[in-house]
Design a protein. Structure first.
Length: 86
């Protein structure tokens, strides 16, 4: 049988989880402007989810950048990561 677990649950948003995600975001925010672009986020996804195809990553990127902008700020990134699907 396959595992049906989801890594994007709105529950369990501990301070440690927030700190860890913030740290990852800041590592990829190379110029320190508080934003990461699609290419930087794609690199994050490939690093933490190497089994994902490019198509999987693109669909997720489209979700994160729902307003069609080319970059995302930390607060929007955290909301997107920890959204509860509502």
């Amino acid at each position: 049988g396959g595992s049906g677990r989801s890594s994007r649950s709105g529950r369990g948003r501990s301070p440690a989880d927030l700190d860890r995600v913030t740290d990852v975001f800041q590592r990829f925010d190379e110029n320190g402007d508080g934003f990461i672009n699609r290419a930087e986020l794609a690199a994050i996804l490939r690093r933490i989810l190497p089994e994902w195809t490019e198509n999987d990553a693109e669909r997720l990127l489209d979700s994160a950048y729902s307003d069609k902008s080319s970059s995302i700020c930390l607060s929007d990134f955290l909301n997107w990561i920890f959204e509860d699907g509502g």
